[in-house]
Design a protein around this ligand. Sequence first.
Ligand code: FAD
Length: 326
Amino acid sequence: MNAFAFTRADSVAGALRAAGGDAKFVAGGTTLVDLMKLGVENPTTVIDISRMPLAGVSRMPDNGLQIGALARNADVAHHPDVVNGYPVLSQALLAGASAQLRNMATTGGNLLQRTRCVAFRDTAMACNKRSPGSGCAAIGGFNRNLAILGTSDRCIASHPSDQNVALTALEATVQISGPKGERSVPIGDFYLLPGDTPERETVLEPGELVTSVTVPPPAPGAKSAYLKLRDRASYEFALASAAVVAIVRGGTIERVRIAMGGIGTKPWRNLEAEAALHGKPATAEQFAKAAQIVLSDAKPQSQNGFKVELAKRCLIAALTTVTQGA
Ligand SMILES: Cc1cc2nc3c(=O)[nH]c(=O)nc-3n(C[C@H](O)[C@H](O)[C@H](O)COP(=O)(O)OP(=O)(O)OC[C@H]3O[C@@H](n4cnc5c(N)ncnc54)[C@H](O)[C@@H]3O)c2cc1C
């Protein structure tokens, strides 16, 4: 690990003052410290934000929920308002990592965690995300766990988070503070596709800090669930996952939001698939049509063709669970 300066911020203003250059914020440290040890991230300054007062989870005037950037994943997963109002988020968080990691990991750190692509994490391998212009060892290499949607000829790294898939289905908004002031970004606009610049993963500008995530009030009658498929039952990233939030009345789908994980270069939402389900009976046939739409643009790599069928089955099973309460 390279030498670096360490400083601690007690307030948002203090964190923003300390930020700049290649400085990095550290919250729970469960991603950043690993990547520094591997030589993938080499900040010259690390700003500890973990003691700032941003760990609250509170109701907003519109009955939505505000989750502080420093709220621990475990605390959010077990918060009564999350368990009761947003089961999809609680389930997604509890499907992630291990109990120890969830006790450290924060909402903001989870939003900004980096890909688990082997080429990205191994500095001996070519990776356009880590070292722009160096190539991509994962294309034609070890890509079993990587993306089949949203890829480019520069990068096929999959987005690793479970939390962010649930937040996408819940249409969350990310609150940001930075040198130019405060702004809010819908989560659907927060993540960038790799295109020609895979090193840019989000719309965050240098020195900007995520302060909280807000989630709209639960729609009356909505049910939700998260299904994660992976190589082992715990402590493993998703091969495919699905977050579904739906209102079904009299067997008809009135409203549905779908996001998928494990298969995309960012949390994957497909508005066409949602539109195809609106007003339709909640049947296996309709779910299969929606799954077909989501996967129609899939571009499997040399080792991950199995994800196309796996993801379809994942989505169909999640839709079945939510709409039929099975
Ligand atoms: C073994 C292992 C297994 C895992 N399995 C899973 C899994 O199955 N599913 C899953 O979803 N995740 C998994 N994770 C990832 C884990 O969820 C993340 O490491 C964690 O959420 C990151 O949160 P943190 O607070 O520790 O982030 P940190 O490591 O502190 O920070 C991560 C990044 O976010 C930036 N950052 C942090 N907070 C802010 C902020 N408020 N504003 C701006 N930038 C910020 C940091 O600068 C850094 O770049 C796993 C991790 C490990 C080590």
